[in-house]
Design a protein around this ligand. Sequence first.
Ligand SMILES: [Fe+2]
Length: 88
Amino acid sequence: MKFSGTNSEKSNLAEMIRKDIIGELEAINQYDLHYRMTDDPVAKKVFADIRDEEKVHVGELFTLLAYIEPEDAKFLAKGEEEVKEFIN
Ligand SMILES: [Fe+2]
């Protein structure tokens, strides 16, 4: 399925999604920091659970961005390939 809005709507939506991804990444770092700052086992479990939920949100948003901006998806795939060359 392809995004059906105007180019302006598409650009605004893509910008919003990128900002949302930034927020999710900052949240991951914050929850991970709080996870590492406590020794309480219940608090650690809660922080880890929330942190991992934020990682799922990052995946959802990147997938949404790829739907809105297929060109972005091509760049992401190119980056993935470049790193895989170093790994292999
Ligand atoms: Fe989130």
